[in-house]
Design a protein around this ligand. Structure first.
Ligand SMILES: Cc1cc2nc3c(=O)[nH]c(=O)nc-3n(C[C@H](O)[C@H](O)[C@H](O)COP(=O)(O)OP(=O)(O)OC[C@H]3O[C@@H](n4cnc5c(N)ncnc54)[C@H](O)[C@@H]3O)c2cc1C
Length: 310
């Protein structure tokens, strides 16, 4: 166990103050024991996987941060992965064994656990579509549950709600199809090339806001490609760009000039810079388009005085 560890080291945005206590765990049995003990004792605990979907506060976290590095993967009828396994690594193992379905996940940084909490996805697929079962730690004991337990939706699950006591994900079973490994790797490479051509290189937490499903708004956004108008979906980046947010800055945080839904750390950004910038974007979009953007990125750690819903 370490003390006073900067969370900026554990977040892809590279922001965040110190965790009072920090433990990186790579053994599955130990992870279950620590989580169950903390749940029973009602200890404040923050679990992190890759830290690629969070904005940890500048005040840090006055509790225990557990970094989940449990990464065992078994390829059987279903693929069983400990939740600290990198999603990309699960794809690699599965595809090498001729198992299909995770090609979309290449280039999504982070762990299986973090992916399930936000039902991560891309290219019209998401991890929740594959989920067959889970081992969870809840109220001090480990049990096996079906996928319905997680209440998955578009970039959402029951674990994104601010609730106490909180459960944690230990292992997941993903049901995959079969395919020719060379073809699976080729498909994934194609997705990866698309990402590289669009996404900014500076530190970020990926797409900051969720896309909006609203046919009326889709009809009003200038320059929205016809496929989105037909589907009644507006990618949040189009809304942010249409409202003049590209390049907008607060301190070291900036709305990427390349992608309106990426808030990047140009160097020395604080978590508060990021959060203030996000609320500026939200206000501009709300004023100009009458739509309230909802964060995909989670504000974690201690945010004294902040509205937990925003
Ligand atoms: C460059 C870039 C590109 C991205 N592209 C995409 C994309 O295409 N699609 C997409 O959906 N997302 C994308 N993301 C966002 C992010 O990578 C995903 O949401 C990812 O799945 C998060 O996993 P993580 O392990 O990093 O989660 P973390 O950020 O570590 O955690 C996220 C939340 O989950 C909780 N959590 C983590 N593990 C567990 C667990 N085992 N049990 C209970 N709670 C847990 C944490 O407490 C936190 O609240 C991108 C991010 C970046 C930086």
């Amino acid at each position: 166990m370490e003390a006073h560890v900067p969370l900026s080291r554990c977040s892809t945005l590279r922001v965040g103050g110190r965790a009072a206590r920090f433990l990186a765990i790579s053994d599955g049995a130990m992870l279950a024991d620590v989580l169950c003990a903390a749940q029973v004792a009602r200890l404040p605990l923050l679990m992190l996987g890759g830290g690629s979907n969070v904005c940890p506060s500048d005040a840090g976290f006055d509790g225990l941060v557990v970094q989940n590095r449990c990464g065992r993967i078994e390829i059987g009828d279903a693929v069983c992965a400990e939740t600290g396994a990198g999603l990309g690594r699960v794809f690699q193992s599965a595809a090498a064994s001729g198992r299909s379905g995770l090609e979309f996940a290449v280039g999504i940084p982070g762990s299986v656990g973090g992916a399930l909490v936000s039902n991560a996805g891309a290219y019209r697929s998401c991890v929740g579509d594959l989920l067959c079962g889970l081992d969870i730690a809840e109220e001090g004991r480990v049990r096996r549950v079906g996928p319905e337990w997680l209440q998955l939706g578009y970039r959402s699950s029951r674990l994104r709600a601010v609730t106490e006591p909180r459960a944690h994900l230990l292992r997941a079973w993903l049901g995959l199809g079969s395919g020719d490994p060379a073809r699976l790797f080729r498909t994934a490479r194609g997705y990866q090339e698309q990402r590289l051509s669009k996404q900014p290189w500076l530190p970020s937490a990926g797409s900051f806001f969720k896309n909006v499903t609203d046919a009326g708004v889709a009809a009003r956004v200038p320059g929205l490609p016809p496929k989105f108008i037909a589907a009644g979906v507006v990618p949040a980046g189009y809304l942010s760009s249409a409202c003049g947010c590209l390049g907008l800055r607060v301190g070291g945080a900036q709305v990427s000039p390349r992608h309106g839904n990426f808030i990047v750390n140009t160097g020395g950004a604080t978590a508060s810079d990021v959060r203030v910038l996000a609320s500026l974007v939200r206000d501009r979009v709300s004023d100009a388009m009458g739509v309230r953007l909802e964060e995909e990125v989670l504000y974690v750690g201690d945010w004294p005085g902040a509205d937990p819903g925003v």
